[in-house]
Write a protein that binds this ligand. Structure first.
Ligand code: TPP
Length: 286
Protein backbone atom coordinates (compact mmCIF):
# COMPACT_ATOMS: atom_id res chain seq x y z
CA UNK A 1 0.00 0.00 0.00
CA UNK A 2 1.28 3.44 -0.92
CA UNK A 3 1.36 6.39 1.43
CA UNK A 4 -1.00 9.22 0.52
CA UNK A 5 1.66 11.50 -0.89
CA UNK A 6 3.12 8.82 -3.14
CA UNK A 7 -0.35 7.74 -4.30
CA UNK A 8 -1.14 11.32 -5.29
CA UNK A 9 2.20 11.74 -7.04
CA UNK A 10 1.79 8.47 -8.96
CA UNK A 11 -1.75 9.34 -9.93
CA UNK A 12 -0.51 12.67 -11.38
CA UNK A 13 2.29 10.91 -13.26
CA UNK A 14 -0.15 8.36 -14.74
CA UNK A 15 -2.49 11.19 -15.77
CA UNK A 16 0.41 12.95 -17.53
CA UNK A 17 1.44 9.72 -19.26
CA UNK A 18 -2.12 9.34 -20.57
CA UNK A 19 -2.10 12.92 -21.82
CA UNK A 20 1.27 12.36 -23.52
CA UNK A 21 -0.07 9.22 -25.23
CA UNK A 22 -2.96 11.21 -26.69
CA UNK A 23 -0.77 14.14 -27.70
CA UNK A 24 1.87 11.90 -29.31
CA UNK A 25 -0.57 9.80 -31.33
CA UNK A 26 -2.66 12.84 -32.33
CA UNK A 27 0.37 14.68 -33.72
CA UNK A 28 1.71 11.52 -35.36
CA UNK A 29 -1.68 10.88 -36.94
CA UNK A 30 -1.30 7.17 -36.15
CA UNK A 31 -0.32 4.79 -33.37
CA UNK A 32 -1.89 2.64 -30.68
CA UNK A 33 -3.62 4.59 -27.91
CA UNK A 34 -5.89 1.84 -26.46
CA UNK A 35 -3.27 -0.61 -25.24
CA UNK A 36 -0.99 2.24 -24.21
CA UNK A 37 -3.58 3.81 -21.93
CA UNK A 38 -4.24 0.46 -20.25
CA UNK A 39 -0.66 0.15 -18.93
CA UNK A 40 -0.12 3.75 -17.72
CA UNK A 41 -0.72 2.99 -14.04
CA UNK A 42 1.35 -0.21 -14.07
CA UNK A 43 4.32 1.52 -15.73
CA UNK A 44 4.12 4.36 -13.23
CA UNK A 45 4.44 2.07 -10.21
CA UNK A 46 7.11 -0.05 -11.92
CA UNK A 47 9.37 2.83 -13.04
CA UNK A 48 8.94 5.05 -10.00
CA UNK A 49 9.09 2.44 -7.26
CA UNK A 50 10.30 -1.04 -8.18
CA UNK A 51 12.64 -0.80 -11.14
CA UNK A 52 16.32 -0.50 -10.25
CA UNK A 53 17.60 1.89 -12.89
CA UNK A 54 19.49 5.12 -13.40
CA UNK A 55 17.95 7.28 -16.12
CA UNK A 56 21.08 9.45 -16.12
CA UNK A 57 23.16 6.33 -16.72
CA UNK A 58 20.87 4.12 -18.84
CA UNK A 59 23.52 1.45 -19.39
CA UNK A 60 24.28 1.04 -15.69
CA UNK A 61 25.50 -2.54 -15.41
CA UNK A 62 23.35 -3.52 -12.46
CA UNK A 63 20.06 -2.23 -13.85
CA UNK A 64 16.87 -4.23 -14.19
CA UNK A 65 15.53 -4.75 -17.69
CA UNK A 66 12.06 -3.94 -19.01
CA UNK A 67 10.92 -5.56 -22.24
CA UNK A 68 7.72 -4.22 -23.75
CA UNK A 69 6.74 -7.36 -25.59
CA UNK A 70 3.47 -5.73 -26.68
CA UNK A 71 5.63 -3.22 -28.55
CA UNK A 72 2.75 -1.39 -30.22
CA UNK A 73 2.02 0.17 -26.80
CA UNK A 74 5.32 2.09 -26.97
CA UNK A 75 3.70 5.54 -26.60
CA UNK A 76 3.18 4.56 -22.94
CA UNK A 77 6.80 3.45 -22.66
CA UNK A 78 8.12 6.61 -24.36
CA UNK A 79 6.01 8.72 -21.99
CA UNK A 80 7.23 7.01 -18.83
CA UNK A 81 10.86 7.17 -20.03
CA UNK A 82 10.54 10.94 -20.64
CA UNK A 83 8.85 11.35 -17.27
CA UNK A 84 11.75 9.49 -15.59
CA UNK A 85 14.26 11.76 -17.34
CA UNK A 86 15.77 9.39 -19.92
CA UNK A 87 15.42 11.95 -22.72
CA UNK A 88 13.91 15.44 -23.24
CA UNK A 89 10.10 15.72 -23.25
CA UNK A 90 10.00 17.72 -26.52
CA UNK A 91 11.32 14.70 -28.37
CA UNK A 92 8.09 12.88 -27.61
CA UNK A 93 6.32 14.88 -30.30
CA UNK A 94 8.53 13.31 -32.97
CA UNK A 95 6.73 9.97 -32.57
CA UNK A 96 6.62 8.04 -35.86
CA UNK A 97 8.37 10.86 -37.77
CA UNK A 98 11.05 9.99 -40.29
CA UNK A 99 14.42 9.60 -38.52
CA UNK A 100 12.91 9.87 -35.03
CA UNK A 101 14.25 7.78 -32.17
CA UNK A 102 10.60 7.17 -31.27
CA UNK A 103 9.51 4.71 -33.90
CA UNK A 104 6.02 3.21 -34.12
CA UNK A 105 7.42 0.17 -32.31
CA UNK A 106 10.45 0.25 -29.98
CA UNK A 107 13.64 0.16 -32.07
CA UNK A 108 16.78 -0.33 -30.00
CA UNK A 109 19.08 0.58 -32.91
CA UNK A 110 17.62 4.11 -32.99
CA UNK A 111 19.28 4.76 -29.65
CA UNK A 112 16.52 6.09 -27.43
CA UNK A 113 17.86 5.60 -23.89
CA UNK A 114 15.81 3.10 -21.90
CA UNK A 115 14.80 0.97 -24.88
CA UNK A 116 16.43 -2.40 -24.17
CA UNK A 117 15.00 -4.51 -26.99
CA UNK A 118 13.28 -3.98 -30.33
CA UNK A 119 9.77 -5.39 -30.19
CA UNK A 120 6.54 -5.27 -32.15
CA UNK A 121 6.35 -8.71 -33.62
CA UNK A 122 4.17 -10.17 -30.89
CA UNK A 123 5.13 -13.29 -28.96
CA UNK A 124 8.89 -12.80 -28.82
CA UNK A 125 9.51 -10.58 -25.80
CA UNK A 126 9.08 -13.23 -23.14
CA UNK A 127 11.64 -15.52 -24.82
CA UNK A 128 14.15 -12.67 -24.81
CA UNK A 129 13.29 -12.01 -21.16
CA UNK A 130 13.87 -15.67 -20.30
CA UNK A 131 17.30 -15.56 -21.95
CA UNK A 132 18.27 -12.39 -20.09
CA UNK A 133 16.99 -13.75 -16.76
CA UNK A 134 18.94 -17.01 -17.24
CA UNK A 135 22.11 -15.06 -18.03
CA UNK A 136 21.72 -12.81 -14.98
CA UNK A 137 20.92 -15.67 -12.61
CA UNK A 138 23.14 -18.49 -13.82
CA UNK A 139 26.03 -16.84 -15.66
CA UNK A 140 26.48 -13.44 -13.97
CA UNK A 141 25.32 -14.60 -10.54
CA UNK A 142 23.66 -11.20 -10.17
CA UNK A 143 20.28 -10.25 -8.75
CA UNK A 144 19.22 -8.19 -11.77
CA UNK A 145 15.55 -8.64 -12.61
CA UNK A 146 13.72 -8.77 -15.90
CA UNK A 147 10.18 -7.49 -16.41
CA UNK A 148 8.32 -8.48 -19.58
CA UNK A 149 5.05 -6.74 -20.44
CA UNK A 150 2.64 -8.90 -22.43
CA UNK A 151 -0.77 -8.36 -23.97
CA UNK A 152 -3.52 -10.88 -23.31
CA UNK A 153 -4.13 -11.17 -27.06
CA UNK A 154 -0.40 -11.66 -27.49
CA UNK A 155 -0.65 -14.74 -25.28
CA UNK A 156 -2.32 -16.56 -28.16
CA UNK A 157 1.15 -16.81 -29.72
CA UNK A 158 2.66 -20.29 -29.27
CA UNK A 159 6.13 -18.95 -28.52
CA UNK A 160 4.82 -17.37 -25.32
CA UNK A 161 3.98 -20.80 -23.91
CA UNK A 162 7.37 -22.22 -24.76
CA UNK A 163 8.95 -19.33 -22.87
CA UNK A 164 6.60 -19.86 -19.92
CA UNK A 165 7.59 -23.54 -19.84
CA UNK A 166 11.31 -22.71 -19.90
CA UNK A 167 11.05 -20.03 -17.21
CA UNK A 168 9.25 -22.39 -14.83
CA UNK A 169 11.66 -25.21 -15.57
CA UNK A 170 14.70 -23.01 -14.84
CA UNK A 171 13.19 -21.54 -11.66
CA UNK A 172 13.65 -17.98 -12.89
CA UNK A 173 12.72 -16.07 -9.77
CA UNK A 174 14.32 -12.96 -11.24
CA UNK A 175 11.69 -12.85 -13.99
CA UNK A 176 8.35 -11.06 -13.68
CA UNK A 177 5.80 -11.34 -16.49
CA UNK A 178 3.27 -8.52 -16.48
CA UNK A 179 0.08 -9.39 -18.33
CA UNK A 180 -2.03 -6.43 -19.41
CA UNK A 181 -5.30 -8.33 -19.28
CA UNK A 182 -7.51 -5.70 -20.94
CA UNK A 183 -9.64 -8.39 -22.55
CA UNK A 184 -9.38 -6.87 -26.04
CA UNK A 185 -7.07 -7.45 -28.97
CA UNK A 186 -6.96 -5.85 -32.40
CA UNK A 187 -10.51 -6.60 -33.45
CA UNK A 188 -12.48 -8.10 -30.61
CA UNK A 189 -12.58 -9.71 -27.18
CA UNK A 190 -9.76 -12.14 -26.44
CA UNK A 191 -12.03 -14.95 -25.14
CA UNK A 192 -14.07 -14.76 -28.38
CA UNK A 193 -11.10 -14.70 -30.77
CA UNK A 194 -9.20 -17.49 -28.98
CA UNK A 195 -9.54 -18.02 -25.27
CA UNK A 196 -6.37 -17.96 -23.16
CA UNK A 197 -7.99 -18.38 -19.74
CA UNK A 198 -7.79 -19.43 -16.96
CA UNK A 199 -4.39 -17.72 -16.80
CA UNK A 200 -3.64 -18.25 -13.07
CA UNK A 201 -4.16 -22.03 -13.36
CA UNK A 202 -2.11 -22.19 -16.53
CA UNK A 203 0.80 -20.25 -15.04
CA UNK A 204 0.64 -22.34 -11.86
CA UNK A 205 0.84 -25.57 -13.81
CA UNK A 206 4.06 -24.32 -15.46
CA UNK A 207 5.64 -23.67 -12.03
CA UNK A 208 4.95 -19.93 -11.92
CA UNK A 209 3.36 -17.93 -9.11
CA UNK A 210 0.36 -16.04 -10.49
CA UNK A 211 -0.77 -12.82 -8.78
CA UNK A 212 -3.96 -11.10 -9.92
CA UNK A 213 -4.72 -7.43 -9.29
CA UNK A 214 -6.67 -4.43 -10.53
CA UNK A 215 -4.27 -2.73 -12.93
CA UNK A 216 -5.76 0.71 -12.36
CA UNK A 217 -5.66 0.69 -8.55
CA UNK A 218 -2.23 2.07 -7.61
CA UNK A 219 -2.27 0.39 -4.19
CA UNK A 220 -3.21 -2.98 -5.70
CA UNK A 221 -0.46 -2.62 -8.30
CA UNK A 222 2.01 -1.76 -5.57
CA UNK A 223 1.01 -4.81 -3.49
CA UNK A 224 1.26 -7.06 -6.53
CA UNK A 225 4.83 -5.94 -7.32
CA UNK A 226 5.81 -6.24 -3.65
CA UNK A 227 4.51 -9.83 -3.56
CA UNK A 228 6.23 -10.72 -6.84
CA UNK A 229 9.61 -9.71 -5.45
CA UNK A 230 9.16 -12.00 -2.42
CA UNK A 231 8.74 -15.14 -4.51
CA UNK A 232 11.66 -17.56 -4.54
CA UNK A 233 12.36 -20.55 -6.78
CA UNK A 234 9.93 -19.66 -9.57
CA UNK A 235 8.93 -16.75 -11.79
CA UNK A 236 6.03 -14.45 -11.00
CA UNK A 237 3.15 -13.61 -13.32
CA UNK A 238 1.34 -10.40 -12.51
CA UNK A 239 -2.05 -10.62 -14.18
CA UNK A 240 -3.41 -7.10 -14.14
CA UNK A 241 -7.07 -6.58 -14.95
CA UNK A 242 -7.22 -3.41 -17.00
CA UNK A 243 -9.44 -1.46 -19.36
CA UNK A 244 -8.22 -0.78 -22.87
CA UNK A 245 -8.38 2.98 -23.49
CA UNK A 246 -8.58 3.71 -19.76
CA UNK A 247 -9.05 7.41 -18.92
CA UNK A 248 -10.48 8.56 -22.25
CA UNK A 249 -14.26 8.11 -22.13
CA UNK A 250 -14.93 7.21 -25.74
CA UNK A 251 -11.90 4.90 -26.03
CA UNK A 252 -12.62 2.71 -23.00
CA UNK A 253 -13.27 -0.92 -23.89
CA UNK A 254 -13.61 -0.11 -27.60
CA UNK A 255 -11.57 -2.32 -29.95
CA UNK A 256 -11.63 0.36 -32.66
CA UNK A 257 -9.16 2.44 -30.58
CA UNK A 258 -6.53 -0.29 -30.74
CA UNK A 259 -4.50 1.24 -33.56
CA UNK A 260 -5.98 4.57 -34.56
CA UNK A 261 -5.12 8.15 -33.60
CA UNK A 262 -7.87 10.55 -32.55
CA UNK A 263 -8.73 13.43 -34.90
CA UNK A 264 -8.51 16.98 -33.56
CA UNK A 265 -12.01 17.10 -32.14
CA UNK A 266 -11.63 13.78 -30.35
CA UNK A 267 -8.10 14.58 -29.17
CA UNK A 268 -9.44 17.75 -27.56
CA UNK A 269 -12.17 15.72 -25.89
CA UNK A 270 -9.56 13.30 -24.56
CA UNK A 271 -7.46 16.18 -23.22
CA UNK A 272 -10.54 17.45 -21.42
CA UNK A 273 -11.35 13.98 -20.05
CA UNK A 274 -7.84 13.86 -18.59
CA UNK A 275 -8.20 17.29 -17.00
CA UNK A 276 -5.71 19.24 -19.13
CA UNK A 277 -6.31 22.61 -20.82
CA UNK A 278 -7.05 22.49 -24.57
CA UNK A 279 -3.92 24.60 -25.38
CA UNK A 280 -1.71 21.85 -23.96
CA UNK A 281 -2.42 19.74 -27.04
CA UNK A 282 -0.42 22.08 -29.30
CA UNK A 283 2.13 23.48 -26.84
CA UNK A 284 5.80 22.88 -27.79
CA UNK A 285 4.94 21.42 -31.18
CA UNK A 286 7.27 22.62 -33.90
C1 TPP B 1 3.28 -11.66 -34.71
C2 TPP B 1 2.31 -10.54 -34.84
N1 TPP B 1 1.08 -10.79 -35.34
C3 TPP B 1 0.20 -9.77 -35.46
C4 TPP B 1 0.53 -8.50 -35.09
C5 TPP B 1 -0.46 -7.37 -35.27
N2 TPP B 1 -1.01 -6.92 -33.99
C6 TPP B 1 -0.55 -5.82 -33.40
S1 TPP B 1 -1.29 -5.53 -31.92
C7 TPP B 1 -2.28 -6.88 -32.07
C8 TPP B 1 -3.28 -7.25 -31.00
C9 TPP B 1 -2.62 -7.53 -29.72
O1 TPP B 1 -3.55 -7.70 -28.68
P1 TPP B 1 -3.03 -7.54 -27.19
O2 TPP B 1 -1.78 -8.31 -27.05
O3 TPP B 1 -4.15 -7.91 -26.28
O4 TPP B 1 -2.66 -6.02 -27.10
P2 TPP B 1 -3.46 -4.82 -26.39
O5 TPP B 1 -4.93 -5.12 -26.50
O6 TPP B 1 -3.04 -4.81 -24.98
O7 TPP B 1 -3.06 -3.60 -27.12
C10 TPP B 1 -2.00 -7.54 -33.26
C11 TPP B 1 -2.71 -8.77 -33.71
C12 TPP B 1 1.83 -8.29 -34.57
N3 TPP B 1 2.24 -7.07 -34.15
N4 TPP B 1 2.69 -9.32 -34.44
Amino acid sequence: MLDEKTRERFSEIARRIRFDIIKMTYHAGSGHPGGSLSIADILTVLYFKYLRHKPENPNWEERDIVILSKGHACPALYAVLAEAGYYPREEMWTLRKFGSRLQGHPAKDKGLPGIEVSTGSLGQGLSIAVGAAMAFKYMDNSDRRVYAILGDGEMQEGQIWEAIMAAGHYHLDNLVAIVDNNNLQIDGFVPDVMNIHPLPDKFRSFNWEPIEADGHDLDAIDDAFAKALEIRGKPAALIFHTIKGRGVSYMENEAQWHGKAPNRELALRAVQDLGFPAEALDRDIV
